[in-house]
Each structure stands twice: as structure tokens, then as C-alpha cells.
Design a protein around this ligand. Structure first.
Ligand code: HEC
Length: 257
């Protein structure tokens, strides 16, 4: 049996008792895998928001702010549906949609307009909206305003609770690292929390103003870098550095000085 070092001299990542190392490195492994999956999921969902693969500012703007330049109905009437109906009918529909008071004028007027110009296809061709029904018209007449407040509050609190749990334990484990300057240790532990809050805040700010989308990228990037650094240093010290048999002393004690 190894001699027991005096006075908590084993309290550092390389010298931790093996069961604690198993606990810490098992946790880090699972969390590391989880973070990779989270990254992949972001690429697959938000990354495709603007229709192109890869995460870009446009994706973030599209997810949180939406596309408020107009409704799908309006963009189609200026695009592939431009030749359907007379120019007057088109302008008439666009004005009605921009006004937003859809219900009041449907029966007396627009039901007929759609019937004349659109319904020959939009009620018989499968897979395109049926414009004999007001609800179907309304669906394409809505302006895309991005994430709803309900979605944002839900995702925000899940993120803040869940991810701070991850950062808490990753930072706690890293606090036992040896040979890391105190200022660097403190920054690496603090940064993820700061960026996590900035990241969640940026969703709300982006919903209000699309120029804040860059903050989402910086926030996500910032906490990924800080936690990846802590992850690798901790794993290295527990599993590899420990093999030289050296006693490193109480890591917390060292940080008091
Ligand atoms: C000749 C048949 C035809 C007529 C007439 C027609 N459409 Fe379309 N419409 C289509 C087809 C086919 C699509 C699907 C392809 C596309 O999006 O261009 C479509 C798609 C649309 C879409 C997009 C639906 C979605 O959910 O993606 C809108 C909005 C639309 N049409 C509006 C109109 C309006 C308004 C009129 C009348 C002024 C009209 N269309 C007349 C055939 C028609």
C-alpha cells in the first residue's frame, strides 16, 4: 500500500483516491458526450432554420426574430403566384393581409376574390393550402415573428437550470487542478456562467432586435471553449499526470496563497 500523504496533500486531481477519480471522469465523459450531442442538435435544428445547412447569423435571426418583411402569402404573390389573378386582385389581397383585419372582410369580399383567381388550384391540387377555407388563408397570411414568448420562457429556464448544473460540477472538479494559475482557474470557472446568462439573454434581445444575434454566437462559443478547456485539463490530470507518482499537495490550500 502507498504511504498516506499527510494533511490533505492528496486533495488534487492527480492524487485523488481512485473511486473519486472514477466518479469524476465518468461524469465528465457522459457530460462531454452530451455537449457534443447538443452541438449536433443545434446544427440540425437551428442550423437549418434559414434553409441552408450550417449555423449562421441568419439562422439565429430566423429562429428568434422571424422574417417580418411580410407573410408567405405576400411573398408568393410577388413571386411564383404573381401571374395568377389580375394585378388589381393581387394588390387588393396584399392590402387586406397587411391590414390584419382578416375575418371582417372575408365573407363579403375576399372569399370571392380567391374563388375567382386561386381556388381552381387551391382546393383541388393536393399538398397546397385550400383557399376555400379562411383558416388556411390565415395560416399563410401570418407574419413569421420567430420564437414565441412562451417558447422563450420555457427554453430559457430549462437552459439556465440544466446547464448551470453541468457547469457547477465541471467547475468543481476543475477547482482541484494543480499548476493552473489562480486567476486562470477563477476565470475558467466563472466564464461559462457569464456566457450562459449572456446566451439566454441574447435570445430575448434577438427577438426584439435582430442585431443581437451575434451575442448568441459569442455566448455559445464562449462557454464551449471554457468548459472544453476545463474538461481536458481535468481528464489529463486525473488519468495521465497522476502516473508520475508525485504528491501535489492540497490544491485548494495552494489557491489560498
Ligand atoms: C394554376 C394553379 C394555381 C393558381 C391559380 C394559384 N396557385 Fe398558388 N400555388 C400553386 C402551386 C402548384 C403551389 C405550390 C408551388 C409553389 O409554392 O410555388 C402554390 C403555392 C401557393 C402558396 C404557398 C403555399 C405554401 O404553404 O407553401 C401561396 C401562398 C399561394 N400559392 C397563393 C396563391 C394565391 C393567393 C392565388 C390566387 C391569386 C394562387 N395561389 C393561385 C398553384 C396555383
Amino acid at each position: 500500500m502507498k504511504p498516506i500523504p499527510p494533511d490533505l496533500a492528496w486533495l488534487n486531481l492527480p492524487n485523488l483516491p481512485t473511486p473519486v477519480k472514477v466518479l469524476f471522469s465518468g461524469y465528465l465523459l457522459a457530460v462531454g458526450l452530451g455537449l457534443c450531442m447538443a452541438g449536433l442538435q443545434i446544427m440540425l435544428t437551428h442550423g437549418m432554420a434559414d434553409g441552408k445547412p450550417g449555423l449562421s447569423l441568419d439562422d439565429i435571426v430566423y429562429s428568434y426574430y422571424g422574417d417580418r418583411t411580410g407573410s408567405k402569402l405576400e411573398s408568393k404573390l410577388n413571386g411564383s403566384m404573381k401571374e395568377m389573378g389580375t394585378p388589381e386582385a393581387r394588390l387588393d389581397i396584399i392590402k387586406w393581409v397587411r391590414n390584419g383585419a382578416l375575418d371582417a372582410e372575408w365573407e363579403p369580399h375576399f372569399k370571392d376574390t380567391f374563388k375567382q383567381h386561386c381556388v381552381m388550384c387551391h382546393s383541388s391540387v393536393p399538398g397546397i393550402p385550400d383557399f376555400t377555407k379562411l383558416e388556411e388563408v390565415k395560416k399563410v397570411a401570418k407574419v413569421n415573428e420567430g420564437a414565441s414568448i412562451q417558447t422563450l420562457t420555457r427554453v430559457s429556464h430549462i437552459h439556465l437550470f440544466g446547464i448551470s448544473f453541468i457547469f457547477f460540477f465541471v467547475g468543481f472538479i476543475f477547482s482541484f487542478a494543480v499548476g493552473v494559475p489562480k486567476w486562470l482557474k477563477i476565470s475558467a470557472i466563472a466564464i461559462p456562467f457569464g456566457f450562459l446568462i449572456a446566451d439566454v439573454l441574447s435570445w430575448w434581445l434577438t427577438k426584439w432586435n435582430p442585431n443581437f444575434a451575434w451575442l448568441t454566437i459569442i455566448g455559445g462559443f464562449g462557454y464551449s471553449v471554457a468548459s472544453t478547456m476545463m474538461w481536458f485539463v481535468s481528464m489529463y490530470q486525473m488519468l495521465i499526470l497522476s502516473r508520475n507518482g508525485k504528491i501535489y499537495g492540497n490544491a485548494w490550500q495552494a489557491d489560498l496563497e
